[in-house]
Design a protein around this ligand. Structure first.
Ligand SMILES: Cc1cc2nc3c(=O)[nH]c(=O)nc-3n(C[C@H](O)[C@H](O)[C@H](O)COP(=O)(O)OP(=O)(O)OC[C@H]3O[C@@H](n4cnc5c(N)ncnc54)[C@H](O)[C@@H]3O)c2cc1C
Length: 708
């Protein structure tokens, strides 16, 4: 660790005697004591798995030499470091025999009703290293989760005796590393149309020219042309021994749709198997610790049991059976792991938003600039500009956090109930809106925070560059944000048609807006007059916007439902933007409901006031950002013009029903509740002056930088 700033020698001119960044942070904290308890707010934000979160944070902190970010390294070094970090997390607490009851997460957690454990681990992992977190999500959710959920005993027991689940154990401990090969060069969001084939060949009869000829019955997995190459396959370029490969299943001359196959792609010594070609995708705009690959197959033979056969099976003679009737619905069943994947991505990216807000707010309490006399003696955080930039993003991150908590609970409950029916459809819509919402909040947060810390944000060691890359991967992976919003809105409209959209709000404390007044398909209902700073006024405005947009979407879809081409025209050409906005309106209203619930559950009046301030700021900011949307839904123009002043009051202090000191001056305490702490691992989150004098060539020094 670099030594803290020397109080005399390093004090820049204009800064008061005794000044150090640590002293500046302490002075700010003394003069802005929070009226609320950051730990109580943190408990609500964390929401679940408190012990796991504490243990994992402590583990990452105590293994600083492994988890401290490194910047000036080669591609191979980045990849090996990401793997080493993942392995360390997976094997923590192992006994000499390799077993562990103390794992941070397991592929069995989903089936055991502990999805919360996997998701909490994702969020904390996202704080430490986006590349490692990306490898983790593929290992535990996409690859491991698919093997656990779509596979049966044959797959779970690979490498061990029957009934023990040795392969699942090996995935948990990272002794077997896997990848998930879905995306193809020409088929990303439209993966159902992929071209990779898995053709069943009977023993001896062969399946044409392939290598399966003359072998026992099995599959020939083949890439017919470059458009069908598997692309972006995380863990593929260096580390995966196994792949879950998605391919069009063909047997007896019939095509039965996309299915998942568990195949080896490297042998135990790491040699790529015959029939598999792996090409490294090389340097990316970020996440360079992730080894993404281009994978192609040349008549790779795999045994009949390679088919993950929970929903479909093929007999030794090639007879196909599935209780799921159509290829498209079969695809949805096999790609279901993408649903939990959306929650995993949202959790990781939420961690990133918390991280950059912690870094930039801490810096803003310690970086001094122009004061009333012209001297550099005033913390950046005292400026209106800084508070107005950061405080709404803190409020939106709180909103995204409690929305994630709500959707996680709904997902876990629906999964435990069997994962089907209309409640499951509602959960699909929720998962498809929480990921884009969280990532969009984080993307803006990263950009604004980088700008608000000035040049320091441009130094890699301050972590904003990594955060940008990670957030952009989150936008695209496991369903592009825009495509997911469209899917969410489509599912909601289907639920509306069945009179079941109320299921979206089950357990939220709010009702579905369309049900208000019984007006399921009506367009604009007049917005009740109300003060936009009151909870009632905010709730009414959010409901009106949601109702307005979904009424428009439902009416357009209903009008074109009779013809496939007309429906396509509506969804893709005339009403795509309405669907996008409707999904955002749903996410934002659900987040408002979750903030209101947190406010109501707060244990002390001071904590309740803190939640009220965050809720009000969040709501006012949302209205200001989408003023046209709220105006169109009936919010009076006279109310819209008051929004800016109302936001200023909540941020600077004195807003209705809020902590009297305002969110802005208390921002460091609101951010403290994110619990990032020692995982900040950025020079400007600590004694940046000592760091700048230490000559570390831009790298975080061994042991890090003294925190405030
Ligand atoms: C870091 C990283 C890791 C990844 N890891 C894996 C992995 O392990 N395994 C794997 O299989 N894949 C992986 N992917 C791939 C990822 O899942 C795909 O990139 C994603 O599904 C999008 O596909 P695409 O890139 O082909 O985009 P496209 O489908 O080509 O989309 C391009 C653009 O067109 C728009 N678009 C496409 N369709 C529509 C539509 N219907 N309506 C409106 N707009 C549309 C999208 O909004 C998008 O902006 C990874 C990607 C990244 C970045």
């Amino acid at each position: 660790m670099v030594r803290p700033t020397d109080k005399v020698a390093a004090r820049p001119r204009g800064m008061p005697p005794g000044w150090t960044p640590a002293e500046a942070a302490a002075t700010w904290a003394r003069s802005h004591p929070p009226p609320f308890s950051p730990r109580a707010l943190q408990a609500t934000l964390d929401g679940d798995e408190h012990d796991l979160r504490r243990r994992l944070r402590a583990f990452l902190t105590s293994h600083h030499s492994l988890f401290a970010p490194v910047y000036n390294a080669s591609l191979p070094r980045f990849r090996e470091l990401s793997l080493a970090r993942l392995v360390a997390i997976c094997r923590a607490g192992e006994g000499a025999g390799g077993g562990s009851d103390e794992r941070f997460l397991s592929v069995r957690d989903f089936a055991a009703g502990r999805a919360s454990r996997v998701l909490a681990a994702h969020e904390i992992a996202g704080l430490a290293d986006g590349s490692m977190a990306t490898k983790l999500t593929v290992q535990f959710n996409l690859f491991g989760g698919t093997v656990a959920r779509l596979g049966t005993a044959t797959h779970h027991d690979v490498g061990g005796p029957p009934g023990v689940g040795a392969f699942l154990d090996a995935i948990d401990s990272c002794r077997e590393v896997g990848c998930f090969a879905l995306t193809e060069a020409a088929y990303g969001n439209n993966a159902v149309e992929m071209e990779t084939t898995a053709t069943f060949v009977g023993g001896g009869s062969g399946g044409g020219s392939g290598r399966g000829q003359g072998r026992e019955p099995g599959w020939v997995i083949h890439t017919p042309r470059p458009a069908a190459a598997k692309l972006w396959i995380t863990n593929g370029a260096c580390h995966a021994g196994w792949a879950v490969v998605f391919a069009q299943l063909e047997t007896g001359g019939r095509r039965e749709g996309v299915h998942a196959f568990l195949v080896r792609i490297r042998d135990a010594g790491g040699q790529v198997l015959r029939g598999v070609t792996i090409e490294d995708m090389g340097v990316k705009m970020g996440n360079n610790g992730v080894d993404n690959a281009r994978l192609t197959f040349d008549h790779l033979w795999a045994p009949r049991t390679a088919l993950l056969d929970r929903f479909s099976s093929v007999s030794p003679t090639g007879a196909y059976f599935s209780p799921i009737p159509t290829p498209r619905t079969r695809f949805l069943a096999v790609a279901d792991q993408l649903l939990s994947g959306r929650l995993c991505i949202a959790a990781m990216i939420l961690g990133t938003a918390k991280l950059v807000l912690t870094i930039s707010t801490t810096y803003a309490t310690t970086r001094l600039s122009v004061g009333p006399s012209g001297a550099s003696d005033t913390p950046l955080l005292s400026y209106q500009l800084q508070q107005r930039a950061l405080a709404p993003l803190v409020a939106r991150t709180y909103a995204a956090n409690v929305l994630n908590n709500f959707v996680k609970r709904r997902y876990s409950a629906a999964l435990a109930a069997g994962g089907s029916g209309l409640s499951w459809a509602a959960v699909v819509a929720l998962c498809c809106t929480v990921k884009p919402y969280t990532v969009a909040v984080a993307a803006e947060t990263v950009t604004v925070c980088r700008e608000r810390v000035g040049g320091a944000g441009f130094l890699a060691a301050n972590r904003f560059g990594d955060a940008v890359g990670f957030v952009h991967a989150g936008m695209t992976a496991e369903g592009d944000n825009a495509v997911l919003r469209a899917k969410c809105a489509g599912v909601v409209v289907e639920l509306m048609g069945k009179g079941q959209a109320g299921r979206l709000y089950e357990g939220s404390g709010f009702d579905w807006s369309g049900a208000v007044g019984g007006a399921r398909f009506s367009s604009v209902s007049p917005l009740p007059a109300g003060d936009v700073t009151s909870l009632a006024g905010q709730a009414a405005a959010f409901a009106a916007r949601e109702r307005h947009l979904f009424a428009a979407a439902a009416a357009a879809i209903a009008a074109s439902a009779g013809s496939r081409s007309a429906l396509y025209e509506t969804l893709m050409h005339t009403h795509a933007m309405v669907l996008q906005r409707a999904a955002v309106a749903l996410a934002e209203r659900l987040a408002l409901a979750a903030l209101v619930a947190a406010e109501a559950a707060a244990a002390s009046p001071a904590d309740r006031a803190a939640w009220a301030a965050i809720r009000s700021l969040y709501a006012l900011d949302a209205m200001a950002r989408d003023a046209p949307g709220f105006l169109a839904a009936g919010l009076p123009p006279a109310a819209v013009v008051t929004l800016d002043a109302a936001i200023d009051k909540v941020v600077r202090g004195g807003g209705t029903g809020c902590a009297p000191s305002g969110v802005g001056p208390c921002l460091a305490s609101y951010v403290d509740a994110f619990g990032v702490g020692e995982l900040t691992m950025a020079p400007i989150g600590g004694d940046w002056l000592a760091f700048s004098a230490a000559g570390t060539d831009g790298e975080l020094p061994p042991g890090g930088v003294a925190r405030m």
